[in-house]
Design a protein around this ligand. Structure first.
Ligand code: C2E
Ligand code: MG
Ligand code: MG
Ligand code: MG
Length: 267
């Protein structure tokens, strides 16, 4: 029988073909690196990098995605531990399939303990689409995580059927503005108003805000005008290998290189 992508996944985890990249997130007002998101990459035997869009959708069809997520979570913990005093919080993407893992929060807590990772240094990212079904389950799942003192970020907010009700009922800490909103919706006056309303909601609910997909200085300025706290985008940094990311942490290079130029004379 032909090996399936799931067989390949387990092999890749063992042979270090599956790796975590890190994309820095910057304080929107100072340009200082304050946190990061872990993003999986698949590096095949020839050294070619496969992007998540080439394998995540297939793995999402089965529970295999949950093994990948736990693998990335463990990699992130190792990185945080290695960074020691220089560590910044790292967020990890979890598929909606984890909502059915009854012991998710305890397992996560054990993982953090094993690597002596402070709970403030790890965040659970979950995508908005996760909320379409299993509404009750996800609220309880989120409460368990919150009770352990671990933060939850809603990823890609504004891209799907946003459940505002859920924001009110689940203990969410962070709202990540979808990059589609940034790159398409923000082009029109109506779009800007729609995005502004998300920030209004986030600020009133005391949620931290992260703008994804910021590629231009005008997008940066728009986010600053809405008091967005953190910027994650190619304007400042692309996802990078662990070694490169670790060099940035705590170094004098942890200010986005082009920050001054962009905020002063940008277009
Ligand atoms: P996401 O969680 O929303 O991650 C942000 C994605 O936006 C990343 O794509 C990142 O490289 C990209 N991005 C950030 N800034 C910019 C920008 O300025 N311009 C553009 N064009 N793109 C930008 P990536 O790494 O390809 O990941 C795609 C998606 O795959 C992620 O979206 C996430 O949903 C999923 N994913 C990645 N790693 C994992 C993982 O470990 N587990 C799970 N379950 N999903 C993952
Ligand atoms: Mg994410
Ligand atoms: Mg996502
Ligand atoms: Mg996202």
């Amino acid at each position: 029988m032909e090996p399936t992508i799931v067989d390949d996944l387990f092999e890749a985890m063992e042979s270090h073909e599956l790796i975590a990249y890190y994309q820095p997130q910057y304080n929107a007002n100072t340009g200082i690196l304050v946190s990061a998101e872990a993003l999986v990459r698949w590096r095949d035997a020839e050294g070619n990098i496969k992007m998540p869009s080439e394998f995540i959708p297939e793995l999402e069809k089965t529970n295999a995605i949950t093994y990948l997520d736990w693998f990335v979570a463990e990699e992130a913990c190792k990185t945080i531990k290695e960074l020691g005093d220089r560590a910044v919080p790292i967020s990890v993407n979890f598929s909606q399939r984890h909502v059915n893992e009854k012991d998710f929060a305890s397992r996560l807590e054990r993982l953090l303990k094993r690597y002596e990772v402070d709970k403030n240094l790890f965040e659970v990212e979950i995508t908005e689409t996760a909320f379409l079904d299993e509404y009750e389950n996800i609220v309880n799942w989120g409460k368990d995580i919150h009770e352990k003192g671990i933060k939850i970020a809603i990823d890609d907010f504004g891209s799907g059927s946003t459940s505002i009700k859920l924001l009110a009922e689940m203990p969410v800490s962070v709202l990540k503005i979808d990059k589609g909103l940034m790159q398409e919706t923000s082009k029109t006056a109506e779009g800007k108003v729609a995005i502004e309303s998300i920030f209004y909601l986030a600020h009133r609910l005391n949620l931290e805000t992260v703008a994804e997909g910021v590629e231009s200085s005008s997008q940066l300025k728009l986010m600053q005008s809405f008091d967005c706290q953190k910027i994650q985008g190619f304007l400042f940094a692309k996802p990078m290998p662990k070694e490169e990311f670790m060099l940035l942490c705590g170094s004098s290079k942890n200010v986005a290189v082009n920050y001054d130029v962009l905020t002063d004379g940008g277009h």
